[in-house]
Design a protein around this ligand. Structure first.
Ligand code: PEP
Ligand code: MG
Length: 582
């Protein structure tokens, strides 16, 4: 095989070297595994066993349905049982296992998908409706296969580069616990939660690799270069050696950047800037400390729900998690965001229900208002864990003051409840809200008088102010952090909060882009929260700046008309050595 380079978009930096595993449909947890010749016979027998077990399950379900709903409804399952026992259907699956040397799960999923597409094209309404039967048969088969020698990624020896179409945040989390060292995907974006997880765990990720699933096969050697926006399939020995050397350099540079915990960044003229970490998992605590955070500015607590899904975490599980977080970071302050679920991404299965426009629907605090019982157990755990460190609690996606007041009233209730129960807790936890909606940004002065602190979530603020879905690759070019409207909105938030005792920080991805640091400090921000690995880079950038020079830069940016003009201006600023950025 000759070497092939594919250009994409590197959304999580660094280098990974490994062998490809092509994920057919990560969302359904169906992975494709390549089998050796000797494994094909046993795999076919595994499929046949699973088919018999699925048939037995379906027959039991049919009897139950008949008793509960009568014969008419039960006959639906009869049709599915017939399909499951159909010889031609089984032959297709067996042929696929044999000819492609793949695992039974993948052969089942792929065969059912293909048949479904064919059914959908047929004129007959009867056959089109059989698609549902097919999906159910596929589910029964996959479930039975899980019980019979399920394949896992960890079975594969060595480093795995996951090649797929797109990846849900929950899958990124699951796979990162295996031997996966990087991701090469057809679809993705810079500010999606999947990307944020990959960055948090320091796993290189390149997206927008159209057609990679057709080009790559399991076990292909792959290099991912997240810094140079490319992946390399079948690298030559020379290229491989170059990348092994680069990987070694990156790993030792990583060890060198460790700083003293809690050292504050300072501008050239002595203004202190607090650099905080954004975390999704307790596994990241060591990195946050190693890279010198002064505390945690954003702990995305919804990832715990994803880890536990489909179970909802209990109060005790939450308590253990928050205790570990506060103890691990002690004495640094930790801001926990109450769960930001909904809006299409993140454990949608917890709160089923169709929404035409989920990103504008039940998300963040809106969803928690509908499920106060879940919020209650999270809040009880937070107040109880608060005795172990310096905790702050923050709510996501507020758009009205009533939402903040609801949250504060709930907190007051929880404190009274814990006191009445005689449970140890800290009643004086500071409360805050995220500013992520343009409407809330324009009312920042009012919000600032309701809470102890506010944090600007630019990932969503950009999405909502420019009407650009942050997960949609078709409009990715319009997702512009330097759009002058976004900059003006940021300035108006800072101005609104100024003069109130409310603390203000910024915790979106903009905080980790050194190009934007002069603007953010120039409008008056003094607290920035970011992925731990960005802290040394931003700290160094801050050291190069003089606050007194930044007023004119800020004014100039705010007067410009386009995002590109702002980028050019910021990129052209002289660095202390007199060299301008490319
Ligand atoms: C944001 O929106 O900027 C933010 C920090 O929250 P998230 O990325 O989790 O939506
Ligand atoms: Mg957000």
């Amino acid at each position: 095989m000759s070497m092939r380079v594919m250009e994409g978009l590197g959304v999580s930096g660094g280098v990974a070297i490994g062998r490809a595993v092509c994920v057919e449909d990560a969302g359904d947890e169906v992975l494709r595994f390549h089998l050796g010749r000797a494994d094909i016979g046993p795999e076919i027998r595994r499929f046949e066993e699973a088919r018999d077990a699925a048939f037995a399950d379906l027959s039991k379900a049919r009897v139950k349905m008949e008793q509960a709903l009568g014969d008419d409804m039960a006959s639906i399952l009869e049709a599915q049982a017939l399909l499951l026992n159909d010889k031609a259907f089984a032959r297709r699956i067996v042929d696929r296992i044999r000819s492609r040397q793949v695992n039974a799960e993948w052969a089942v999923a792929r065969t059912c998908n293909e048949l479904e597409i064919r059914f959908a094209e047929i004129e007959s309404e009867y056959l089109r409706e059989r698609s549902e039967d097919l999906r159910n048969v596929s589910r029964y088969l996959l479930r039975s296969l899980q019980g019979i020698g399920h394949h896992e990624l960890s079975e594969i020896e060595g480093n795995v580069v996951l090649v797929g179409k797109e990846l849900a945040p929950s899958d990124a989390l699951r796979f990162s616990r295996e031997n996966v060292v990087g991701f090469a995907l057809e679809v993705g974006g810079k500010a999606t939660h999947t990307t944020i997880i990959a960055r948090g765990l320091n796993l290189p990720m390149v997206v927008n690799l159209t057609g990679i699933l057709e080009l790559a096969t399991d076990q292909d050697p792959v290099i991912i270069d997240g810094d140079e926006d490319r992946i390399i399939l079948h690298p030559t020995p020379e290229v491989l050696a170059l990348y092994e050397a680069k990987l070694g350099r990156l790993q030792s540079a990583d060890e060198d950047v460790a700083r003293q915990p809690g050292v504050q960044a300072r501008t050239g003229d002595g203004v202190e800037i607090e650099l905080l970490a954004n975390l999704e998992l307790v596994d990241e605590i060591d990195d946050a400390i190693r890279f010198g955070c002064c505390g945690v500015g954003l702990y995305r607590s919804e990832f715990f729900f994803i880890e536990k899904s489909p179970e909802i975490p209990t109060e005790e599980e939450h308590f253990a998690l928050f205790s570990a977080l506060l103890e691990g970071l002690h004495p640094r302050p930790v801001t926990v965001r109450t769960f930001d679920l909904g809006g299409r991404q993140l454990a949608r299965e917890l709160f089923p229900g169709e929404e035409e426009n989920p990103v504008l629907g039940l998300r963040g605090i809106r969803l928690t208002r509908l499920h106060p019982e879940i919020m209650r157990s999270q809040l009880r755990a937070l107040y109880r864990a608060a005795v172990k460190g310096d905790l702050r609690i923050m709510i996501p996606l507020v758009s009205t003051l009533e939402e903040v007041r609801f949250f504060k009233a709930l907190c007051t209730e929880i404190v009274a409840e814990l006191a009445a129960e005689g449970l140890a807790h800290d009643p004086d936890v500071r409360l805050g809200a995220m500013i992520e909606v343009p409407g809330a940004a324009l009312l920042a002065d009012h919000f600032a008088r309701e809470v102890d602190f506010l944090s600007i979530g630019t990932n969503d603020l950009i999405q909502y102010s420019l009407a650009v879905d942050r997960n949609n690759e078709h409009v990715a070019e319009l997702y512009q952090p330097t759009h002058p409207a976004v900059l003006r909105l940021l300035k108006s938030i800072v101005d609104g909060v100024a003069g109130t005792p409310c603390e203000l920080s910024l915790c979106g991805e903009m905080a980790s882009d050194p190009l934007l640091t002069p603007f953010l400090l120039g409008i008056g921000l003094r607290r920035l929260s970011m992925g731990p690995r960005s802290i040394p880079v931003i700290s160094e950038k801050i050291g190069e700046l003089q606050i007194e020079d930044l007023g004119p830069v800020t004014e100039a940016c705010l007067a410009l008309q386009t995002a590109d003009e702002v980028r050019e201006l910021l990129a052209g600023l002289p660095s202390p050595s007199g060299v301008t950025r490319a």
